[in-house]
Ligand binder design. Structure first.
Ligand code: ADP
Ligand code: F6P
Length: 329
């Protein structure tokens, strides 16, 4: 394909994640260096349908590398899931001369990228989500920063829990994937980590707390992934905390960290990962290759067919979970 004819669209979709800007910057700069045009599409697939896009130049991405969020904004766009929306997106790409698209987001966004690739617009997915729930990638852009944010918050909670001999129950994000909870739990020395992948037993937690109380432990951190407390007697972390207090006698407070976990400056690791992925995405599109996701596996940047990637099964890190349990006594 003649390089001068290549116009890459780029968008961020689904929940924002720190490091998305680093990926956008890498795509824009790599493309412009190769005389490829870049159109920045605002608010995910919605901006493709409207259309709402701007021509990117070298300075469009200045001063963005260190910022959280996404300078292109993000959105969820139900219309794009329908055939009419997809067809409209294809027509807009034709009209705007977009013959390559980079989609930074999660599995849902990748499904859209696959659909559009099959229509004839080569799309490349970059995993951007704090949840680390994309099976094909060892790490997603946003995860490392989110875990560090949780760690900072829990360290602060530990100061006050320790001063009052209390237990802190902390709810973190991750409805279906417990990676934030697991990694933050290890990093913060949580006595228990409750996540969607492993059924929890309040009896076992109470027993462990009582056992460690007898060895002199006086304050506790418990990390709970959102969605673990759903129904029944313990519908949320607050009722869970009250029940723990009742059964252990340890004064207990619950804290829901919420969207603070999605913000903040991306860590160095995030910026490097996102830069490598963005660079590779442009290399692929320049070669006329689409329908791929760029991911990291065993510390290398690799790419897979989108459907193959979507069909991969996320492996739970059982060993890390066992280590966490073994050393938090
Ligand atoms: P994520 O990409 O983080 O998983 P969502 O599931 O909210 O987030 O998906 C983001 C957007 O991707 C949706 O709003 C929609 O525009 C598009 N999308 C999601 N699922 C599909 C699908 N099955 N087919 C086509 N597009 C989809
Ligand atoms: O997928 C990222 C994520 O932050 C999840 O951890 C969380 O469950 C969800 O998004 C929250 O979504 P919203 O921004 O719509 O509240």
């Amino acid at each position: 394909m003649d390089k001068k004819q290549l116009t890459i669209g780029i968008l961020t979709s689904g929940g924002d994640a720190p490091g998305m800007n680093a990926a956008i910057r890498a795509v824009v700069r790599t493309a412009l260096n190769r005389n490829i045009r870049v159109l920045g599409i605002r608010r995910g697939y919605s901006g493709l349908l409207q259309p709402d896009m701007i021509e990117m130049n070298l300075r469009s991405v200045s001063d963005t590398l260190h910022r959280g969020g996404t300078v292109l904004y993000t959105a969820r766009c139900p219309e794009f899931k329908e055939e009419a929306g997809l067809e409209r997106a294809y027509q807009v790409c034709q009209e705007m001369g977009i013959n390559g698209l980079v989609v930074i987001g999660g599995d849902g966004s990748f499904r859209g990228a696959r659909d559009l690739s099959l229509k004839g617009i080569p799309c490349i997915g970059i995993p951007g989500t704090i949840d680390n729930d994309i099976a094909s990638s060892d790490y997603t852009v946003g995860f490392d920063t989110a875990v560090n944010t949780v760690m900072d918050m829990v360290d602060k909670l530990r100061d006050t829990s320790q001063s009052h001999d209390r237990c802190s129950v902390v709810e973190v994000m991750g409805r279906h994937c417990g990676d934030i909870a697991l990694h933050a739990g290890v990093a913060c020395g949580a006595v228990a980590i409750l996540l969607p992948e492993v059924p929890f037993s309040i009896d076992a937690i109470v027993e462990k707390m009582q056992r460690t109380l007898r060895t002199g432990k006086k304050h506790f951190i418990i990390i709970v992934a959102e969605g673990v407390m759903k129904d029944g007697d313990l519908p949320d972390v607050h009722s869970f905390a009250a029940e723990l207090e009742r059964r252990t006698g340890v004064e207990t407070r619950a804290t829901v960290l919420g969207h603070v976990q999605r913000g903040g400056a991306p860590t160095a690791r995030e910026r490097v990962l996102a830069s490598e992925m963005g660079y590779r995405a442009v290399e692929l599109l320049e070669q006329g290759i689409g329908n791929r996701v760029v991911v990291n596996h065993n510390d290398r940047i690799v790419d897979y067919d989108i459907l193959e990637a979507l069909n991969m099964e996320k492996k739970f890190n059982q060993r890390l979970y066992e280590i966490a349990d073994a050393i938090s006594i």
